[in-house]
Design a protein around this ligand. Structure first.
Ligand SMILES: [Zn+2]
Length: 333
């Protein structure tokens, strides 16, 4: 949904959505463009219980509950049910500007900044930003690249002294040096068909052939041209692809073969992580990758376009606090 009502700038977004009624109406129109249907059974036979207020909270706009009841399956639901906003006590007047901020901040936004901008705690902002990142995540393996595709890998550094001993040794014995997390990137170069280049990036346990080859086969359409550096892990691609190699020991570009598109992406990614988030736990790195990839791939969209794109994927995706924090603590920005 894109109407003249949709805000165009951050200032407009914060102002527009600061009114909970307006934020709610906007989200409902976006989620159910034709008619409200039950998120449990998809029935359109629903009634609006209109506006009910929690006892003792009369008059407080952000405590207003907007509830429907389904006459088919006899359940009640709100617009948040089945979305990344479900179970969150935060009103949409906080959520929608948060989505705007996360998807449009050129170098990312830290949970500290986000918390200050929205008047919520850093911890709440951290969780909220990760939910937004979940919403904009493109499903693994769904994106397929063809034409001329650059393949490259990089290492994102955490400091070894921050890691537990066993993990530190694992990191040292793997590739990339102490505490570094390996990331693999694939970039489809722009062409007549595709006006701007497109990136897929993944956190990988190492850069060995057995790790990288299946990802390439999953993402890159067979018969495409792959350009990479001389890393031995990329040998053997020639059976299914046109594989052209640039030897970085000799030059950055050889006969039109280079990985400069990914070099550019890596520098944007590293600037974001270093400058904005300061420290990113390896377990959470893939979310920042999704974040950066989304902004990169949607870079020809304006702020409004990116926001609408993110919101329209916020349906049918949920990230619970348990799943989000299940494997690690949350000390990062
Ligand atoms: Zn129902």
């Amino acid at each position: 949904m894109e109407t003249s009502e949709t805000p165009k700038t951050l200032l407009e977004a914060v102002t527009f959505f600061s009114d909970e009624d307006r934020a709610h109406a906007f989200f409902v129109a976006m989620r159910w463009p034709n008619a409200v249907t039950c998120p449990h059974c998809s029935s359109a036979n629903v009634g609006n219980l209109s506006v009910s207020r929690k006892p003792g909270q009369a008059g407080k706009p952000d405590k207003v509950r907007r509830v429907w009841n389904c006459k088919a399956c006899k359940t009640q639901f709100t617009a948040k049910v089945g979305t990344i906003f479900e179970d969150s006590p935060l009103p949409l007047s906080k959520w929608l500007p948060a989505v705007w901020l996360v998807v449009n901040a050129k170098n990312g936004i830290s949970s500290h900044e986000l918390g200050r901008a929205l008047g919520i705690t850093q911890k709440t902002a951290w969780f909220l930003a990760h939910r937004v990142r979940e919403a904009i995540q493109r499903g693994g393996g769904v994106v397929r690249l063809d034409g001329v595709v650059e393949v490259d890998e990089t290492f994102i550094g955490g400091l070894a002294r921050n890691m537990h001993k066993d993990r530190r040794e694992k990191a040292i014995n793997g590739t990339g040096g102490a505490g570094k997390t390996a990331v693999m990137g694939l970039l489809q170069r722009h062409s007549e068909k595709v006006p701007s280049s497109k990136v897929v990036a993944r956190v990988v346990p190492n850069t060995r052939r057995a790790t990288l080859t299946p990802i390439i086969k999953n993402v890159v359409v067979q018969g495409s041209e792959i350009q990479s550096d001389a890393l031995p892990s990329y040998k053997s691609l020639a059976s299914e692809y046109v594989h052209r190699v640039v030897d970085h020991a000799e030059a950055y570009v050889q006969d039109g073969v280079h990985t400069n598109g990914l070099e550019n992406f890596w520098s944007l990614l590293k600037r974001t992580i270093k400058g904005t988030h300061v420290h990113v736990a390896p377990y959470h790195l893939f979310r920042y990758l999704d974040d950066q990839t989304f902004r990169f791939n949607e870079r020809t969209e304006n702020d409004q376009g990116r926001f609408v794109e993110a919101i329209s994927t916020a349906k049918d995706r949920r990230l619970t606090y348990k799943r989000l924090t299940g494997k690690t603590d949350q000390g990062e920005g």
